[in-house]
Design a protein around this ligand. Structure first.
Ligand SMILES: *Cc1c(COP(=O)(O)O)cnc(C)c1O
Length: 220
């Protein structure tokens, strides 16, 4: 079930930051409720699930891939995906570029940065990101555009820790924005904040929050 009142409340609270409704594991009926409440940005973490939902829902929805993307799956989402939040290698960017070209599109991407303490999360560190942004090969990719960064804070109750991680990512974002501006790099979006930590993320400069359980209820 989609909580329309909660949605309106969060929208007001976070404006002008954008809200991505994370609909993973939720049935089409729930997404339709969200759509009817005005939501147009949906986030899914699995390619297969996005592919099942996309044709069944209105075509003006903007689909955000927020989970790890394998190179061999890029071709399936290339025709329609709006923004890929989870890019973490040049190889993946090259693959996205190749398929975007086939569809005559430029696909917007965020680089996923590892800011949490947990080892398990995907993403680049700051040094790897610098290297990627400076690479000559990136310059050759005309069908992808890097428009910012995405990060997930540690899974902790320690608010100071979360705040410090988001603040660090914001500083790095500002730094990249100043240093890197080319035809296919233009920093404008900072995707950070989920149900448990979006308030802190907003305070620290997020432009896009990805909220699931607070809008759709807990996942099984
Ligand atoms: C599931 C997920 C979210 C949303 O999580 P909630 O805690 O349900 O808001 C946000 N970002 C990513 C990358 C996710 O996988």
């Amino acid at each position: 079930m989609f909580l329309a009142e909660k949605y309106q409340e969060i929208l007001k609270e976070i404006a002008p930051c954008k809200l991505i409704a994370v609909s993973k594991t939720k049935p089409i009926a729930d997404l339709l409720q969200a759509y009817e409440a005005g939501c147009r940005d949906f986030g899914e973490n699995k390619v297969q699930e996005m592919l099942t939902k996309q044709p069944a829902l209105p075509q003006d929805i903007r689909w955000h891939l927020i989970g790890h993307l394998q190179s061999n799956k890029v071709k399936y989402i290339a025709p329609f995906v709006h923004l890929i939040h989870s890019v973490d290698s040049l190889k993946l960017l090259q693959e996205i570029n190749k398929h975007a070209q086939k569809h005559n599109r430029v696909i917007d991407c965020l680089l996923q940065i590892h800011i949490a303490q947990e080892e398990t999360k995907f993403g680049l560190d700051f040094a790897e990101t610098e290297t990627l942004l400076q690479s000559e090969q990136l310059n050759l990719l005309k069908n992808v555009k890097i428009i910012g960064l995405m990060g997930m804070a540690s899974l902790t109750d320690n608010q100071e820790q979360i705040k410090a991680e988001f603040a660090g990512l914001k500083r790095f974002f500002d730094d990249c924005k100043e240093k890197h501006q080319t035809e296919n790099i233009c920093f404008s979006e900072l995707s950070m904040g989920m149900s448990g930590d979006y308030t802190i993320a907003i305070q620290e400069g997020s432009t896009m929050v990805r909220i699931g359980s607070l809008l759709f209820g807990e996942r099984n």
